[in-house]
Design a protein around this ligand. Structure first.
Ligand code: GDD
Ligand code: MN
Length: 355
């Protein structure tokens, strides 16, 4: 077995048979297998794959239950492979499988990684992406290139072929969330990879819908920030900080409402703080910790812990600000020091004790 083709799927039932037929045609002469990784799609994608697998032992379906995430699915597929080389391709026929033999040859010839790139030709992305997504995708690629200091045109491609050992060597450091798995693999290497890029035209999606949403974009920016800080800031911190900022707006809005309602200022301030803490908890549960979302009773007990820890964070914030203020009359410096310490405390303590 020379090549495993890992295919992550989420609601792709219509695309299973056509992609396999295309892979079959493209990989004549190669000993290959397909590893589908399905996150229990509601449309029955896994059942479709298993029906084909029952007749063809080269097809495998990893059927994950209770988990979601493209990066994690890809990693699980790669780790299940016995082959020296692993390709990753989207299930939705947007990637051009006919370049797989050239990608394979590049790695056989000594490259560690071959990337299918949409940006080596001017029209590579114009069919499959809307103008807005094209601009966003180019920006994402540019940022990644800057952080990686590597000369790659499409470091966020979902289409690549890599030596399996290069993934296994760094698998413990990779994030299992979002769409930036390739970027993460490149960024986590101890020594630079030998990379080959091969152009293709990103096709229009045939059936089903894209799963790339706002959360995926924020998640990606969080990872960029984390790499930029050389790992000092965790990838989730950006989301947590943005939720915190939204809390400030909620606080001011609630304060204004309570105040115009005729409440006393301190009463309005307390209600505003409680409101902001509650919306922060809800948003973090829905967005920052989407993959570990609390439900039912655990939601309630998590809320109580969150409020208690943020209350401690507030006390620490005040104490630090007061300490710094004794050293320097600059109130801005003292206030910022307190706020930053409070935010860091809130992040670390709630990530350990709430989610
Ligand atoms: N198992 C699993 N779990 N598969 C998933 C999940 C998930 O949570 N989310 C998406 N997928 C699968 C889809 O079924 C599809 O086969 C592939 O991953 C890509 O998802 P799309 O939703 O089609 O992504 P896209 O076409 O909008 O995004 C493309 O461009 C991105 C960068 O610009 C893809 O090529 C991405 O891989 C790429 O990162
Ligand atoms: Mn797609």
């Amino acid at each position: 077995m020379e090549l495993s083709v890992v295919i992550p799927t989420f609601n792709e039932r219509e695309n299973i048979a056509p992609l396999l037929a295309r892979l079959e045609a493209a990989l004549i002469g190669v000993v290959w297998q397909a590893i589908y990784v399905d996150d229990n799609s509601a449309d029955g994608t896994a059942a479709v794959v298993k029906a084909i697998a029952a007749r063809d032992p080269r097809i495998l379906c990893l059927h994950r239950v209770g988990r979601r995430g493209l990066a994690g699915a890809v990693l699980e597929g790669v780790m299940a492979s016995p082959a020296p080389f692993v390709a990753v391709i989207d299930a939705d026929l947007q990637h051009d499988e006919t370049i797989l033999p050239r990608m394979l040859q590049a790695v056989r010839d000594g490259a560690d990684l071959a990337i299918g790139s949409r940006y080596l030709t001017p029209e590579g992305a114009s069919q499959g992406l809307s103008p807005v997504r094209q601009a966003g995708s180019r920006l994402a690629a540019g940022l990644a290139k800057f952080i990686l200091r590597a000369d790659v045109t499409d470091p966020v491609s979902g289409f690549f072929l890599i030596r399996r050992e290069r993934v296994e060597a760094v698998v413990g450091q990779l994030s299992d969330q979002g769409f930036k798995i390739l970027f993460d693999i490149i960024a986590s290497q101890p020594a630079p990879l030998k990379i080959a890029e091969i152009p293709y035209a990103f096709a229009e999606r045939q059936a089903g819908a894209s799963k790339l949403d706002g959360r995926v974009v924020l998640d990606y920016l969080g990872l960029i920030l984390s790499k930029f800080s050389r790992g000092v800031l965790p990838p989730r911190f950006l989301l947590f900080a943005l939720v915190g900022l939204s809390g400030v707006l909620v606080h001011l809005a609630a304060l204004y409402a309570g105040w115009s309602f005729g409440l006393r200022f301190d009463a309005a301030q307390i209600i505003a703080a409680m409101t902001a803490m509650t919306t922060n908890f809800i948003c973090n549960n829905l967005i920052t910790y989407r993959d570990r979302r609390l439900r039912g009773w655990r939601l309630l007990s998590g809320y109580v812990r969150f409020c208690a820890l943020c209350g401690l964070g507030l006390i620490a914030n005040l104490a630090i600000a007061d300490l710094v203020h004794r050293w320097t009359p600059a109130w801005g410096v003292a206030g910022l020091a307190g706020a930053l310490f409070g935010a860091a405390w809130n992040y670390v303590s709630t990530s350990l004790a709430v989610w």
